[in-house]
Design a protein around this ligand. Structure first.
Ligand code: CXF
Ligand code: ZN
Length: 383
């Protein structure tokens, strides 16, 4: 890429803008400012649609805000870098990631955390410095999304939110690692540290739950139980390593925990809540084995949702409950490992991509996900 004509100058390009809550995205031209110190400007190759994009499109109240450029699962090439940036150069293939990784703070240098304290993760409409790099052609500010905003031909991202990758991985597979698939695979691999021979119960077989199954399969789990309200999910699940299934609508009077305890001889070693419902976290906790069971929360519930657990049960069962943002992965060090495992044909990514569209058809991608017809739809910027 030759950036001699664009570097340091604003770029005019096409983007999909969320103008009003719940309404289709609108393709418009926008102005993307040059990167400030510590930032890079990225030419997006493709994005995939994650359910969180739709959640924030539909939200009417804060943290919703409009007009906004959504999108946060993507891959692109560095077009130019801001002052002081040495870790990236023009032409690098990169994956922007919503979870910051400064690689230097106490948390980023610890192997016990993936929550950066230099750039704490929050759901903010701005870059880390509280400003935007986007305006529309009328000069109105456009808000950012999860520090990424990838439904645009060019975006600006702080280097803490960018991971350099080996360009040998196809873009339509690389973008998956930017959020959902990494979150699921990482939850099994990093957050839970599933061992070979384990039993695993996955609550909700959407893309995230299926990615947990893929991660659990990679870790050598021998029993992977999928739990879903839709019985058709068993067939899909089998392709991702699910070995057993519970259709929650056919449980009758029996509690789910009774059924899972019976299937696993005393509770699953690892339970994963992938729906975002507090009551299901409680159920998952009840399904994991006393002494060593771990319940991992990946689902995003409504703001303010509370959990109710018996203090007696927590004390007497010794089970663990943990939250898992980005699957507990450290973006800068763990994403290259997942890419290597894809190249080595261990990690299967292809089966997640069910549809591909051009930017002009981005609203089709939204409809497909809402109708439950897609897992991941890749949106190409240039096709
Ligand atoms: C989520 C994680 C929790 C906050 C909202 C976004 N990540 C990506 O989909
Ligand atoms: Zn996401």
């Amino acid at each position: 890429m030759d950036n001699s004509t664009t570097s340091g100058k604003p770029i005019r390009c096409r983007a999909a803008i969320a103008r009003k809550a719940g309404e289709p995205l609108v393709i418009e031209e926008v102005i993307v400012a040059p990167p400030k110190a510590g930032e890079v400007r990225i030419k997006i190759i493709c994005s995939s649609l994650c359910h969180s994009d739709i959640t924030f499109l539909k939200l009417k109240d804060p943290p919703a805000c409009f007009p906004r450029i959504l999108g946060h699962e993507s891959v692109g090439v560095v077009e130019s870098v801001g002052d002081g940036v040495t870790a990236f150069v023009e032409g690098d293939t990169v994956v922007p990631i919503f979870l910051p990784d400064c690689a230097e703070c106490r948390d980023c240098t610890s192997n016990k955390s993936n929550l950066c304290s230099t750039f704490p993760f929050k759901v903010s409409p701005w870059m880390h410095d509280g400003s935007s790099r986007f305006t529309d052609l009328k000069g109105e500010t456009l808000y950012h999304f999860l520090f990424v905003s990838s439904f645009t031909e060019y975006t600006v991202v702080h280097t803490a939110n960018v991971t350099k990758i080996d360009p040998v991985i196809p873009p339509s597979r690389a973008c998956l690692l930017s959020c959902g698939v990494s979150t699921g695979v990482g939850a099994a691999w990093r957050s839970a540290n599933v061992e070979a021979g384990s039993t695993v119960a996955i609550f909700g077989l959407g893309s995230i739950g299926l990615a947990v199954a893929e991660g659990a399969r990679l870790c050598g789990a021998t029993k992977i139980i999928g739990i879903d309200v839709n019985p058709e999910k068993y067939e899909i699940g089998k392709r991702f390593g699910v070995t057993d299934f519970v259709d929650t609508r056919s449980c009758g009077e029996r509690r789910l925990s009774e059924i899972i305890n019976e299937m696993t001889g005393g509770g699953a070693d690892y339970c994963f809540e992938c729906v975002g419902k507090a009551s299901l976290v409680e159920e998952a906790y009840a399904c994991c084995r006393k002494g060593w069971g771990k319940t991992v929360v990946l689902g995003v519930d409504k703001p303010g949702a509370q959990l109710t657990l018996s203090s007696f049960e927590v004390l007497h069962t010794g089970k663990a409950l943990l939250g898992s943002l980005f699957g507990g992965l450290k973006p800068k060090s763990d994403i290259p490992i997942l890419i290597k495992r894809y190249i080595d044909q261990e990690l299967e990514l292809d089966k997640f991509v069910t549809h591909e569209v051009s930017l002009d058809d981005i609203n089709k991608a939204i409809d497909l996900l809402l109708e439950g017809k897609s897992l991941r739809c890749v949106i190409w910027m240039d096709k």
